[in-house]
Design a protein around this ligand. Structure first.
Ligand SMILES: [Zn+2]
Length: 257
């Protein structure tokens, strides 16, 4: 004998997760945050971010409040937060944070976090675009005053946050670390080819710099350029952007033959 099910379930979906060991709080009119309500042991995933995956040009069309609830996950990919704030959206920046990135969309406790402490991470760990630059009032002894798109380049932060950068930023750090300078012959070859085949000339030079003999133009551009508009100009082979890159490569050449 069969019997129709009479049970119903209500499923509430959220795009962001916040550990049950913390709760969000509001500080009107616009402030918010999350604080620990139990000891959060080092290594605990405290939050994960979801959202709508957008390139920078699409992202720019949304309002500032919603854009503030977003996270950059690749050179030209941002997860825009849901239409209304969720608990997992409520983690502030600090220049002396207790959390870091576990991967592009998860935040992990970098140390044990005590009851009552606010959860924070450093946006330099996740965001490398100027859309989210701001004056910082975190009040910590290590406050940088202004949080900028290229803070991930600071040696102090690279050292302090080893293992806690978003993977796409770590790729940039690794590429810079292993990058070599062009020698005199490389520069001469690049200039000789540039007039007739500019992209090929620059691609060859960048492949040499990064020790990546088969890398695509797109991959190389994302390693060498930071701002989305510069990336898109170079991808569309804009003449003045190509000229600027040529100039930079010539100026930063090494002393070798
Ligand atoms: Zn600060």
């Amino acid at each position: 004998m069969s019997r129709a099910s009479t049970s119903f379930s209500l499923v509430i979906t959220v795009q962001n997760f916040l550990t049950p060991l913390a709760v969000p709080f509001d500080t009107p009119p616009h402030g918010f945050g999350s604080r620990a309500i139990a000891v959060i042991p080092v290594g605990t995933t405290v939050a994960t971010f979801g959202g709508t995956a957008l390139t920078h040009s699409s992202f720019a069309e949304y309002d500032a409040e919603r854009r503030s609830r977003s996270i950059q996950v690749d050179s030209n990919l941002i997860f825009l937060g849901p239409p209304t704030r969720e608990p997992g959206d409520s983690i502030n920046h600090s220049c002396e944070p207790n959390c870091g990135m576990r991967n592009a969309t998860s935040i992990v406790a970098m140390r044990d976090i005590a009851i009552g402490e606010e959860l924070t991470f450093d946006y330099a760990m996740s965001d490398a675009s100027s859309y989210d630059e701001f004056d910082c009032n975190c009040g910590t002894a290590l406050c940088r005053g202004r949080v900028k798109a290229d803070d991930w380049r600071l040696d102090t932060l690279r050292h302090r946050y080893t293992g806690f950068f978003s993977p796409y930023i770590q790729r940039k750090i690794d590429a810079e670390r292993h990058r070599s300078l062009l020698n005199k012959k490389d520069v001469e070859e690049m200039i000789a080819t540039y007039d007739t085949r500019p992209m090929l000339a620059l691609r060859q030079a960048l492949r040499k710099c990064f020790g990546m003999p088969h890398a695509t133009w797109e991959t190389l551009i994302e390693l060498v350029v930071q701002q989305p508009n510069e990336i898109s100009h170079l991808l569309s082979l804009n003449t003045s952007a190509l000229d600027d890159l040529l100039k930079t490569l010539i100026e930063t050449r090494g002393s070798g033959l």
